[in-house]
Design a protein around this ligand. Structure first.
Ligand SMILES: *Cc1c(COP(=O)(O)O)cnc(C)c1O
Length: 338
């Protein structure tokens, strides 16, 4: 099978596609060291369905509908973008959504948690230790609960990252191919934040399948390099196992480790400072959980000469804008506000 024969599974149209590829003139000047910096605007895949998760959900939701599921169960942190996107995808498609969230139930909703509530999702909150120890059991218990009431619930893993969700960014590689042509880019490094690994897995597979002149890097925002090497390999293996007859691939994931700071959802002052600087410089807004760390990692690796073999760098903006609001206290505006 040649790569152009690759037949995508059905997807439901949820995302605004194609997203723009935008050149960042002032950021190139500021951080590029002779490189051209571009941003692939996947923060513009929608308003409430914004970000990278909707590309995965297009395939996951089609699978759910085609297999008679009426409910989606998924999981994540209290401020999970994936859970918010699933809540709104469900509301748009008339599917029930049940979110299993990590942490104590907040007194008052804010950010993505508020949006989850507005979308009418059912929300169960679990203390961190229980969530970590019992997550597979919680999924199984809730699935059994729905089955007992005559419903059918699909369990979607963290971030929608598995062999099914991988299609989202395998498909996006078709878009990237035209982006490269239109922008006149011969070769580029492509950089994404990695949280559950599915975006990086899809891109790594898609780039290999289509033979694109892109080198894909994940900047891990939690865990470490080995975790993401294993996770991308696992998602790729799941993809191969679920869809027999696919071409053989040998994904070679690349991770830029050392930029996760104190862990998931915890950003240092350097991340907030970078977000503020880029917002004012280019009118482009990043978030402290994912894209801020990834962009900072990109600038550091640039400075260290990591990308010297090639003149173009594409940063995948994976969204996350609602994550800015619950962490607004992290910004230091100094005299500016006075
Ligand atoms: C989930 C998320 C990521 C990470 O994507 P994964 O596929 O989970 O690795 C990056 N950026 C944002 C804004 C996200 O919500």
């Amino acid at each position: 099978m040649s790569m152009t024969d690759l037949r995508l599974p059905r997807r439901v149209e949820l995302a605004r596609r194609p997203t723009p590829l935008q050149y960042l003139a002032r950021a190139s000047e500021r951080w590029g060291r002779g490189h051209r910096l571009w941003v692939k605007r996947d923060d513009l895949t929608g308003c409430l369905l914004s970000g990278n998760k909707v590309r995965k959900l297009e395939f996951i939701a089609a699978h759910a509908i085609d297999h008679g599921y009426d409910t989606l169960i998924t999981c994540g942190g209290l401020q999970s973008n994936h859970c918010r996107a699933t809540a709104f995808a469900g509301a748009q498609l008339g599917l029930g959504v049940h979110l299993l969230l990590r942490g104590e139930r907040p007194q008052q909703g804010e950010g993505n948690y508020l949006l989850d509530q507005l979308a009418g999702a059912r929300i169960s909150c679990y203390p961190k230790h229980q969530y970590i120890e019992q997550l597979p059991q919680l999924f199984a218990d809730w699935q059994a609960h729905y089955q007992a009431t005559g419903r059918k619930a699909l369990a979607i893993p963290t971030g929608g990252s598995d062999g099914l969700g991988a299609w989202g960014y395998i498909a996006a590689c078709e878009e990237l191919e035209s982006d490269l042509q239109e922008a006149g880019i011969d070769r580029a490094h492509l950089i994404t934040a990695s949280g559950s690994g599915g975006t990086q897995a899809g891109l790594t597979l898609g780039v290999e399948l289509r033979g694109l002149p892109l080198t894909v890097w994940g900047v891990n925002v939690c865990d470490d390099e080995q975790y993401f090497l294993d996770k991308v390999a696992a998602d790729a293996a799941d993809w191969q196992a679920r869809f027999p007859g696919l071409p053989a691939v040998h994904p070679a994931p690349r991770v830029l480790d050392g930029h996760a700071g104190a862990g998931y959802g915890v950003a240092g002052p350097e991340v907030f400072a970078l977000i503020a600087e880029l917002a004012a410089l280019e009118g482009l807004l990043l978030d402290p959980v994912y894209t801020g760390k990834a962009f900072l990692g990109m600038t550091r690796e640039l400075a260290a000469g990591r990308f010297d073999d090639c003149g173009d760098i594409i940063f995948l903006h994976t969204g996350g804008v609602f994550g800015v609001f619950p962490q607004g206290q992290g910004f230091d505006f100094g005299e500016q506000g006075q």
